[in-house]
Design a protein around this ligand. Structure first.
Ligand code: FAD
Length: 553
């Protein structure tokens, strides 16, 4: 073990340690690639994740008091409400991302995934992901599938089997004064056989690229003279499972892309393409009012989308229906989707969007606390005091029973619980966004919720009045959903259980083309940088004149 300071960055102190059975070097990053050299008096806020929660708080913390550092496997922020527009050629992928590194923002960045937290030493164990292929896609088998039987740190030392030699990341520890956990969520599959391996997910830029590429691939395969009429029908059947906002908007955008743009390129395939939207629930967009949900179903059916509500998907595999499954994936052919209600059906692509599950970092690494954090001020069942008073009871992270999300108090502080039923609140570890929830069940797992939490936390950390301020409360600003053919829905916030509290002006919400205008205006306004606001507006105008981008990369 030895220490050195790099000549280029004297503020970086790296400790190299040899580790048995591992080629890479474990380093302890004392001070990162700082933008500010005299940061020693500032509190170091380590933010895990560069999504809605992490990116927002990093941009809002006062650079005078804090030295924020983002640790995330991806070096950009994604404006998720417009992800469906990129998959359907309405926008370029670059129109909806913001780089985390920005010379104007005084925020450091390390491209790595957090693997474990040491609450006693106040360090994060990280694994570099700079050259890892596929980090822009939802995880399938790599870091989220590794065995963790021997605990998070033991599993973390084992090389991942399906990675190439150069993809194995270096490991290092990063110290923090304050920690914000905002690592989001992964797609929920409910353990449905074949889904994790064969379905496409829809959470990141890589996912949207794969969906667009596969749709174009299915059309090219379908027009080959060697393709049988039956296989052609299956290849051009696109299934989306999950009729929440993501699944519904994707079905609607793909419908526009296929029927308005692709059909002009493939007139011979007229009448064959089909989009099916599956859900176990009896209606689509169940978080909207009954009348809006009914309007969405009627409109989408009239546009030619097959709405298959009250359908249970049982499995997904490669190969056509009725034939034995091939040994491995065969993208030249179709998949078979099996439902309880209809049996086997051939599909060219299946996108799975049935909600959120916790990442393995949250579900497994953040589980038992080996050593209680002595150096952390905390409150034990409401009383402040040194941790020693908590005794030797075994502690673990407190979680929401159904979802596994971290349970936070009203000030977004992570809570621990012991086997004697006591609760402790960590004063310097916060969680927000999709990986956290308040005891009240708020806010919903939306960009709106993550944004409001991040803004609230940054404001109160800046003012240094967190302990005295009233708890965070979520303000519902309304919900929008695109349903195809230039029509959308807008739910005006109101108390669903009390009709007397409905909006005076639009008690039933807004529907149709007017709602689409609001949808467009809202997302241009909410896009983060002026560059992207203008690019999005310009591209939507260009699409009206020249159609969507049909290229296949
Ligand atoms: P995310 O934004 O998902 O960010 C998580 C970050 O953590 C990522 O940068 C990820 O790379 C990083 N990360 C993961 N693992 C680790 C690790 N181990 N260590 C460090 N970093 C890690 N919400 C709305 O309100 N309105 C909408 O219209 C809307 N549309 C949506 C459309 C789509 C297609 C999708 C997928 C979601 C949509 N949402 C919408 C939901 C919204 O995007 C999420 O609720 C929001 O992104 C949650 O923010 P977050 O910061 O918790 O997580």
């Amino acid at each position: 073990q030895f220490d050195y300071h790099t000549k280029q960055h004297p503020q970086i102190k790296v400790t190299l340690k040899s580790r048995s059975g591992r080629r890479c070097l474990a380093t302890h990053v004392e001070h990162s690639t700082a933008t500010n050299k005299s940061d020693s008096k500032k509190e170091r806020v380590v933010i895990l994740g560069s999504g809605w929660g992490g990116y927002t708080i990093s941009r809002r913390l006062s650079p005078k008091s804090f030295s924020p550092i983002i640790i995330s496997p991806r070096s950009y922020f994604v404006f998720t409400p417009l992800l469906t527009d990129t998959a359907s050629g309405s926008l370029d992928f670059s129109n909806i991302v913001e780089p985390v590194r920005d010379p104007r923002a005084k925020v450091d960045f390390i491209q790595a995934a957090a693997r474990a937290i040491d609450l006693k030493k106040k360090t994060i164990l990280c694994e570099a992901t700079v050259v890892r292929s596929g980090v822009t896609e939802s995880p399938r088998t790599s870091e989220d599938e590794r065995q963790v039987d021997e605990g998070p740190e033991a599993s973390f030392k084992q090389p991942i089997k399906d990675l190439r030699h150069w993809e194995q990341g270096e490991t290092f520890e990063v110290p923090y004064d304050k920690l914000v956990i905002a690592v989001g969520a992964v797609s929920q599959t409910f353990g449905t056989p074949g889904v994790r391996e064969n379905a496409m997910f829809f959470k990141d830029i890589g996912d949207a690229k794969r969906v667009k590429r596969r749709v174009r691939e299915c059309f090219e395969l379908a027009v080959l003279p060697t393709t049988t009429p039956e296989m052609r029908k299956w290849l051009l059947h696109f299934a989306i499972v999950g009729a929440g906002p993501t699944g519904t908007e994707l079905a609607a955008s793909l419908r526009d892309f296929i029927y308005k743009d692709l059909m002009t390129l493939y007139p011979a395939l007229n009448g064959i393409p089909k989009i099916s939207l599956y859900d176990v629930a009896p209606k689509v967009l169940s978080m909207f009012d009954e009348s809006l949900s009914r309007y969405a179903m009627d409109t989408m059916r009239s546009e030619g989308i097959d709405i298959k509500t009250s359908h249970h998907v049982k499995s997904l595999r490669w190969g056509p229906p009725g034939a034995p499954a091939p040994h491995e994936m065969d993208p030249k052919r179709c998949l078979t989707l099996t439902t309880k209600e209809e049996g086997e059906v051939g599909v060219g692509m299946c996108v799975w969007a049935t909600g959120n599950a916790m990442t393995k970092f949250v579900s497994q690494s953040l589980h038992a606390v080996k050593i209680f954090p002595n150096n952390s001020i905390y409150t034990l069942d409401g009383k402040s005091g040194p941790v020693a008073r908590a005794g030797l009871a075994s502690w673990e992270y407190k979680k929401v029973p159904k979802t596994g999300a971290l349970l936070v108090d009203g000030h977004l502080r992570v809570q621990l619980q012991n086997d004697a039923g006591q609760t402790a609140v960590l004063s310097d570890v916060f969680a927000l966004g999709d990986n956290a929830m308040l005891e009240t069940g708020a806010p919903p797992a939306t960009a709106q919720g993550a944004f409001q939490e991040a803004k609230w936390l940054a404001d109160h950390l800046n003012k240094r009045d967190l302990a005295q301020t009233p708890p965070f409360s979520f303000r519902n600003m309304g919900t929008l959903a695109y349903i195809g053919s230039e029509k959308a829905l807008m739910q005006i916030p109101h108390d669903m259980h009390d009709p007397s509290k409905r909006s005076k002006y639009l008690p039933g919400g807004l529907t149709g083309r007017m709602a689409r205008v609001v949808w467009n205006a809202a997302y241009i306004t909410m896009s983060i940088s002026w560059r992207n606001k203008l690019r999005v507006a310009f591209r939507w105008t260009l699409n009206r004149l020249f159609g969507r981008d049909v290229s296949r990369f």
